[in-house]
Ligand binder design. Structure first.
Ligand SMILES: *Cc1c(COP(=O)(O)O)cnc(C)c1O
Length: 393
């Protein structure tokens, strides 16, 4: 890979390894193991595997390595470790680096499973976790005491699309000696350069935009070579969160079209947000690319565009929201996001059902809140579908 290549070029060519057949499209090495020419060669490889020398697919696989190198190239990371899911990536990054007695500061507005790891699991192992309101820099500054080991946050929170200022939180964290771990799923590798803004570790659920067609689970941890190979690799390869070669191949090919897809989806999301804003049947339209977003200036500074997700609040609460969802014909009711198909979710009763009511209220997850993931359909058709849905309320 040429150092001067832009992310779009890296997304197509980065990481490619060709076998002796010189295949055009990247090969799917659907193999759990590798054979050695001799007993001595096996011994040597177990002692120290060289570049592109593989032992067992839980440790690494050529198709998985292509995916890791390609996403690292797009992101501008020294290295990457691919994982079985986004949650395997969050779990792997945190458990690999933390030990009893460590302190972690996290934003409160988190994906449900991330919250489970931080709120339930880490404290069981003696890690102190302190939650803050991610948009409030004063709370970060107060909570990140000297010696704090890590800060964790979603750069754009689910489902209320609140941003965390990566550069400002990174300044606070680095002054205290803490690592900055960012779940960057909603921002996407296309619109965000979290590493250059101060993140030390970036995590994606590849299940979302990277696959982008709802087929496979996958995830990835990106960071320095020292962090990935020195801290993460040992934990991941011995605890079994490896990405399947088949899923890696789907994700690898997904990266080739990621930029095109995500930009088209974000253009449509902006068109939808503009069309819905001001509709009297909605009490809120939240989209980071709209000037009305409370953090519009930060969004413009931190991201190249507003992303593929928006949140709206249907007047009339849960009953009205359900009638709206049920009347939609293009948007499918599901909890995935980042797909070529437009999707709709009612967070209060599904993804965030487990949260007590006071927590929901605190996070803005109201009964009328609906999350929309915009796909690759015609934006006019999507707007018509949403308006028809609102008419049905
Ligand atoms: C989906 C998601 C995850 C988890 O990813 P999986 O691939 O489902 O394990 C983590 N964080 C965020 C923000 C997500 O949207």
């Amino acid at each position: 890979m040429d150092d001067a290549w832009k992310p779009r070029t890296r997304a197509v060519h980065g990481g490619t390894r060709r076998s002796q057949f010189n295949e055009m499209s990247e090969a799917l090495f659907l193999t759990q193991g590798f054979v050695y020419d001799s007993a001595a060669a096996a011994e040597a490889r177990f002692r120290k595997a060289g570049a592109d020398e593989f032992i067992y697919a839980r440790y690494g696989n050529p198709t998985v390595a292509m995916f890791e190198d390609r996403i690292a190239g797009i992101e501008g990371a020294e290295d990457a470790f691919a994982t079985a899911s986004g949650m395997a990536a969050v779990n792997g990054a945190l458990f690999a680096m933390l030990r009893a007695g460590d302190r972690v500061v996290s934003s409160r507005a988190l994906f449900g499973s991330c919250l489970y790891i931080l709120e339930e699991l880490l404290p069981r192992f003696g890690v102190e976790v302190v939650f803050v309101d991610g948009a409030d820099l004063d709370q970060w500054a107060e909570a990140v005491t000297p010696g704090t080991r890590a800060v964790f946050f979603e750069s754009i929170s689910n489902p209320t699309l609140e941003l965390v200022d990566i550069a400002a939180v990174a300044d606070i964290a680095h002054a205290a000696g803490a690592l900055v771990v960012v779940d960057n799923v909603f921002a996407t590798p296309v619109f965000s350069r979290a590493l250059s803004q101060g993140a030390d570790v970036v995590i994606y659920s590849a299940t979302k935009h990277i696959d982008g067609q709802g087929r496979c689970l996958g995830g990835v941890i990106l960071g320095t070579r020292e962090f990935i190979r020195g801290t993460v690799e040992g934990y991941m390869k011995h605890t079994g969160g490896a990405l399947s070669p088949f899923n890696a191949w789907v994700m690898l090919k997904g990266l080739e079209t990621l930029d095109l897809r995500v930009r088209a989806q974000a253009d449509a999301a902006l068109a939808v947000a503009r069309a819905l804003e001001g509709d009297a049947r909605l009490t809120r339209v939240i989209y980071p690319g709209l000037p009305s977003h409370p953090q519009a200036a930060l969004a413009a500074r931190q991201m190249e565009a507003g992303g593929t997700l928006l949140a709206i609040n249907v007047a009339g609460g849960q009953e009205a929201a359900f009638r709206f969802l049920d009347a939609l014909r293009i948007f499918r009711i599901t909890n995935n996001l980042g797909d070529a198909k437009s999707l709709v979710t009612h967070p209060a009763t599904t993804t965030h059902q487990r949260l007590p009511d006071d927590q929901k209220a605190r996070l803005g997850i109201t009964p009328g809140l609906v999350r929309l993931s915009i796909g690759l359909e015609d934006a006019g058709d999507l707007i018509a579908d949403l308006r028809a849905g609102l008419d049905a309320v």
